[in-house]
Design a binder for this molecule. Structure first.
Ligand SMILES: CC(C)(COP(=O)(O)OP(=O)(O)OC[C@H]1O[C@@H](n2cnc3c(N)ncnc32)[C@H](O)[C@@H]1OP(=O)(O)O)[C@@H](O)C(=O)NCCC(=O)NCCS
Length: 156
């Protein structure tokens, strides 16, 4: 895609990525009050990004356009222990800035994330998102994802 590149996040990207993480979590809150964000969201987002960059089993890729970060994806590689293939990549977060949407930047982020996860030994990639995020549902369906398991809840 012209003008957009995807690369691993570096320490200098922490603030920009943390701002996008905040926007994603606030969007989740708007979609469902079970995702009401914590009062110190800004600090938590910054720590989340920093810890990911220091982690050996999680990574962040950023999409950059004209020197600006316009999107990111965060992935965790988890060991399924009982199942083959053992290593599964989980897309915990993906976000493209509203003005940059609809130009396949999200699809590119996901494709590059799958490539990186494969290099790390994962042979399956999954994603989680709030059940009423219809755009996320269409996005993942279009990119060939299917439902693997369901998360149920009740209040206690
Ligand atoms: C989901 C998101 C990352 C998609 O990013 P994007 O760069 O706009 O998506 P793409 O342009 O790569 O779209 C890829 C496919 O997804 C589907 N899609 C994307 N946006 C869509 C929308 N608003 N409505 C319906 N389908 C959509 C389309 O089928 C599209 O395929 P096409 O280009 O052949 O039509 C972006 O909308 C976003 O950041 N949303 C807010 C955060 C979020 O919901 N994240 C997911 C849960 S963690």
């Amino acid at each position: 895609m012209a003008g957009v590149s995807v690369r691993p996040a570096a320490p200098g990207d922490e603030e920009a990525v943390a701002r996008l993480v905040e926007r994603l979590k606030i969007l989740n809150e708007e979609l469902d009050q079970h995702f009401k964000v914590v009062d110190n969201l800004e600090d938590v987002a910054r720590e989340y990004v920093k810890a990911t960059l220091e982690s050996s089993n999680a990574f962040i890729l950023v999409a950059e356009e004209a020197g600006n970060i316009v999107g990111f994806v965060r992935v965790e590689v988890v060991d399924r222990l009982f199942y083959k293939p053992r290593l599964k990549a989980v897309v915990t977060d993906i976000y493209v800035a509203p003005r940059a949407r609809g130009r396949r930047i999200g699809a590119l982020l996901l494709e590059k994330a799958a490539e990186e996860a494969r290099k790390r030994g994962a042979r399956i990639i999954s994603a989680v998102y709030p059940v009423n995020n219809e755009i996320a549902r269409s996005f993942y369906e279009r990119l060939g994802f299917k439902t693997l398991q369901e998360e149920v809840y009740r209040e206690i």
